[in-house]
Design a protein around this ligand. Structure first.
Ligand SMILES: C[S@@+](CC[C@H](N)C(=O)[O-])C[C@H]1O[C@@H](n2cnc3c(N)ncnc32)[C@H](O)[C@@H]1O
Length: 300
């Protein structure tokens, strides 16, 4: 969310436009009826949503949900990790792109010091949450940071290195800024061995070093995985998107607020899901530029 676009003058949505926790829970129940077993809270920054632990507790109450995860910039974890854990959250993914204060400050756009994120990670561990780290790799921005990051974090965390993607319309993406994952392994010093995926559709290819420490590579630019993608994304306004690079979605909020019953929601979900054809990452170099939903609306 670049400061030039989302600065102090930016008009954020009124609360009435956002799904209430009860509405999110209802939609989640319908998704679970359709076979969803894993829920992830992301954003935007999910920890900015007031009373978030209440939402986690509601989602925890849905039978058949095996896993609830959350992706965060980690800044508010010192105050929220314990209540989130108590509400039933099992694990968090914390984004951290560099340990050097200048590099990290530039990448987060606000000059936030990495020490604050490390404190958030500690708070999550103290609260009993599992912690994974997401590092987006951007050429000319943080290649030199990868090895220090890996060396500092590898004993306690799985680190996942993500190829810089052309999400949304504001990040000025250019292929020259993408560091292919195979190069990331070299930048980390080499000596890694590929291991098997945990489950079909897992987005990260997993590797271990000689000591068995695990890292993940998410290569959605150089090795797209559209064919295995099973993610559905629900925005805070209740739009369903079937692709991270979608141009439009399906409005669940209108149906909910018009009094539709769960069967009607389920029918709409089934129609959208069975009709999806998204494969943007496989076609990005053929389709050319198109308007996309911002990543801050639908998470990573
Ligand atoms: C969009 S963020 C939302 C959650 C939260 N605010 C955070 O910072 O983690 C989700 C993930 O997407 C990653 N991400 C953001 N921009 C990206 C890009 N252009 N390419 C690849 N990953 C990106 C972030 O680093 C983060 O790990």
């Amino acid at each position: 969310m670049p400061a030039e676009v989302f600065g102090p003058q930016y008009a954020f949505l009124p609360k009435s436009e956002l799904l209430s926790f009860e509405e999110i829970e209802r939609v989640a129940r319908v998704f679970v009826r359709g076979g969803v077993r894993k829920l992830r809270l992301t954003g935007g920054e999910p920890l900015l949503r007031r009373d978030l632990p209440e939402l986690v507790a509601l989602l925890r109450g849905i039978e058949d949900v095996d896993d609830i995860a959350l992706t965060t910039n980690g800044l508010l974890l010192p105050s929220l990790a314990a209540p989130l854990r108590e509400a039933g959250l099992a694990r968090v993914t914390v984004s951290l792109d560099a340990l050097d204060p200048e590099v990290f400050g530039r990448m987060n756009g606000l000059g936030v010091h990495p020490e604050r994120i490390l404190r958030g990670i500690e708070a999550a561990l103290d609260a009993g949450l599992g912690v994974k780290i997401n590092t987006v790799v951007q050429r000319g921005a943080n290649e030199q940071e990868l090895r220090p990051l890996w060396e500092a974090l590898r004993d306690r965390h799985v680190v996942r290195f993500i190829e810089f993607m052309d999400v949304g319309n504001h990040n000025g993406w250019d292929m020259t800024e993408v560091v292919p994952s195979r190069e990331v392994l070299d930048l980390l010093g080499g000596g890694f061995e590929a291991t098997n995926a945990n489950y079909k559709g897992e987005v990260a290819a997993r590797y271990r070093d000689a000591q068995g420490r695990e890292l993940g590579l998410i290569s959605s630019v150089t090795a797209p995985f559209c064919g295995d993608c099973s993610r559905a994304r629900l925005s805070a306004q209740g739009m369903l998107y079937t692709c991270l690079f979608a141009s439009d979605g399906t409005d669940f909020r209108s149906l909910l607020r018009a009094g539709a019953d769960d069967d009607a929601l389920f029918t709409l979900l089934s129609e959208v899901w069975s009709g999806r054809k998204d494969r943007y990452s496989e076609e990005r170099f053929e389709v050319g530029a198109r308007r996309k939903i911002e990543m801050s609306h639908i998470g990573g």
